[in-house]
Design a protein around this ligand. Sequence first.
Ligand code: NAD
Ligand code: AHE
Ligand code: ZN
Length: 373
Amino acid sequence: MTQFIKTRAAVAYAPNQPLVIEEIDLMPPQAGEVLVRIVATGVCHTDAYTLSGQDSEGVFPCVLGHEGAGIVEAVGEGVTDFAVGDHVIPLYTAECKQCKFCTSGKTNLCSSVRATQGKGLMPDGTTRFYKDGKPIYHYMGTSTFSEYTVVSQYSLAKIQDDAPLEEVCLLGCGVTTGIGAVTKTAKVKAGDTVAVFGLGGIGLAAIIGARMSKASRIIAVDINPDKFAKAKELGATDFVNPKDYDKPIQDVIIEMTDGGVDFSFECVGNVDLMRAALECCHKGWGESVIIGVAPAGAEIKTRPFQLVTGRVWRGSAFGGYKGRSELPDLIDQYQHGEFKLSDFITHTMPLEDINNAFDLMHEGKSIRTVIHF
Ligand code: NAD
Ligand code: AHE
Ligand code: ZN
């Protein structure tokens, strides 16, 4: 007879419905799994995207959330890398250190749990969350919108005990993604010019990454002018609102930069903007990195001539970070004051109010809301 753990969670029962905050049942961690008490979690646009029903991997009912931090409460059979009391960040990009991807030295993507993760299941093909005996699905291998969650041992990074969980939760997705896309994926160098499309949590973190890389110019692009002040504070040098122009925004940026930028980053998830981000890159060498997540079925397009003439189109997941081996180094950088996480936290609230966090995001009023349990 399974002894369920009771956990307070925000359950997404169906697309476009408010999350329901209620007590649900959680099975103890099975072999290779870890039970984590989530202390804080950010709300990322990707949670809203999946809740909108546009994610081809969205399964309902589920517990969303993938930007959390917490403390290990119990470990399943065979788990040796984690112990009760460890401070941890759940990882939607797992790192098993054994698969073809992990050992390639070429990518941070890992195949160990990805197939089941995309179906809302644990690696053994079942769920740990239940309500009235019916399964509730996991999300991105993390499900951090729950006081307690169970994750694979490969989907968890052990972090420094003295890192404040209510801030470093943002390294579970947004801030790591933006900084890493610039520093690890694009490898921007001193003097390079950069354009960042979209100034939410991801775009602002990309600006920090560009500043850390000593980019000479950082062009911040958003249709919400309220976003420019923070972008400026974090190091952006130029500000462009596409609504202020009656020509394509790529033409505006090409004119501003004598032929285009060295690097651009799309941090919105809009395929037309992805095209603009590519086409504002300099002929011969400009590189555009797609970070934004586009709706199921959406496709990107440009004239192949854009690539023939030397521009490069690439993408970045979790900023290219291998969570288990590399997140502690990023936390070191944060602890040494290389960047601040408080810059991102515009709102904090209890789990009971989580639907407000989604409203604030959609209204363009928040950068990150951090939920406390
Ligand atoms: P957000 O909602 O906080 O910010 C999006 C920003 O884009 C807002 O400031 C908005 O005003 C701006 N915007 C919207 N339409 C625009 C347009 N046409 N032109 C210019 N700006 C526009 O979102 P976020 O949490 O920063 O996430 C951004 C995107 O990155 C989402 O698509 C999210 O799913 C994705 N994401 C990807 C990864 C990854 O690993 N690849 C990780 C995290 C998030
Ligand atoms: N499920 C979507 C894809 C979603 C997606 O691209 N996710 C990003 C992370 S977003 C975090 O906020 C990612 O890392 N992708 C790589 C991966 O392995 O999921 C779909 O379109 O089906
Ligand atoms: Zn995210």
